[in-house]
Design a protein around this ligand. Structure first.
Ligand code: NAD
Ligand code: TYD
Length: 339
């Protein structure tokens, strides 16, 4: 099988390439990435001799069509996206370009060159949020899409477009909607690696609002195994939610990290809340568990310990990132805003 993985130098795309190369050495993997601020070729370094890497923008129609003509992919797995909610609030436009138009370009090329499965990696954020006082409510695949941030609106738009291409053009598609991921190679602007890297440097940890918002955490490897099952065994046109029943408040997550690192809770700094901040995400994974037999490997308590250890063992991976352009972003988002 020949697979195109887009967004392959990012957090989840990179982990997925590692997963596929290890599990299916006979598969041919083409890893594509524009290498935005979030893309890091070092993430692919350990598997570089087993894949082909292409630096390209998924919005570049001409280049994408040329690549599809040359490579004749069987499967496309689209991870490429602008992915950070806070950045989408600062500057939505690139989110609409990459997340919607980029998806359209990939699907047009998939139609023209007979791709057998186009898999769209989406997010549970397309369902909006759930109340904090209704633990009985979970996201199911048939819920309406009601979005809160420009990021989630762009991902929901792409999902609708994917469904439209399936119905109108009969493009074979699947969509997965996963909860928050954590694990190796996550860019340190997202909650867990941000808190680990700052705590290690004894810097203040910016917790939005009261830290009571709830996220449903899944180890990235479990996300990869779920996507793999969907790509190979999922039904054409179907949506699958992915989540491992690991709901935690942000404060619980931050305190777990501090405890694990032996640091004081005095580092916690409550800052101005994110505008439109979604209260709670929680996935009902019944469909993927019963129809495809997916079983996650990690519970949060084990996974977070391993992840912290990974950041301790791989300081050079993230230290380079936080010393560069990212520093300016941090100052703009947290210091200039008085956070
Ligand atoms: P990421 O920001 O770490 O990686 C995104 C990658 O896409 C980067 O390498 C970037 O360079 C690349 N990219 C951006 N614009 C591009 C373009 N125009 N052309 C080609 N490449 C481009 O994000 P991530 O956390 O790895 O998320 C991957 C996917 O999974 C996204 O679609 C996201 O919506 C979805 N998702 C993420 C989470 C999560 O918790 N991180 C949860 C559910 C779903
Ligand atoms: P994030 O990792 O940005 O993922 P998402 O917004 O897609 O869920 O944030 C996870 C949660 O952590 C979210 O409720 C916002 C919160 N958060 C903070 O409290 N402080 C921070 O500095 C960041 C980046 C996030």
């Amino acid at each position: 099988m020949k697979i195109l993985v887009t967004g392959a130098a990012g957090f989840i795309g990179g982990n997925y390439v590692h997963y596929i190369v290890e599990k299916y050495p006979e598969d041919e993997v083409v890893a594509l990435d524009k290498l935005t601020y979030a893309g890091n070729l070092e993430t692919l370094e350990p598997v570089m001799d087993k894949i082909k890497f292409v630096k390209e923008d998924i919005c570049n129609r001409e280049a994408i069509f040329k690549l599809f003509e040359e490579e004749k992919f069987d499967v496309v797995v689209n991870f490429a996206a602008e992915s950070h909610v806070d950045r989408s609030i600062e500057d939505p436009e690139v989110f609409l370009m990459t997340n919607i138009i980029g998806t359209q370009v990939l699907m047009d090329a998939s139609r023209k060159y007979g791709v057998k499965r186009f898999h769209q990696v989406s997010t549970d954020e397309v369902y909006g949020d759930l109340p904090l006082d209704r633990p009985d409510l979970l996201f199911t695949e048939d819920m309406p899409l009601i979005t809160s941030s420009p990021y989630s609106a762009s991902k929901a738009s792409a999902d609708l477009l994917v469904e439209a291409y399936n119905r109108t053009f009969k493009l074979p598609v699947t969509i997965s909607r996963c909860s928050n991921n954590y694990g190796p190679y996550q860019f340190p602007e997202k909650l867990i690696p941000l808190m680990i890297s700052r705590a290690l440097d004894d810097e203040k940890l910016p917790v939005y609002g009261k830290g009571e918002n709830v996220r449903d955490w899944l180890h990235v490897k479990d996300h990869c195994s779920a996507i793999d099952l969907i790509v190979r065994n999922g039904k054409d046109g179907e949506v699958y939610n992915i989540g491992g029943n690991n709901e935690r408040t942000n404060l619980e997550v931050v305190k777990t990290i501090l405890k694990e690192l032996g640091k004081s809770e005095d580092l916690i700094n409550y800052v101005t809340d994110r505008p439109g901040h979604d209260l709670r995400y929680a996935i009902d994974p019944t469909k993927i568990e019963t129809e495809l037999g997916w079983v996650p490997e990690y519970d949060f308590d084990t996974g977070i310990k391993q992840t912290i250890q990974w950041y301790l063992d791989n300081k050079s991976w993230w230290e380079k990132i936080i010393s560069g352009e990212y520093q300016e972003y941090y100052e703009k988002m947290y210091i200039e805003k008085g956070r």
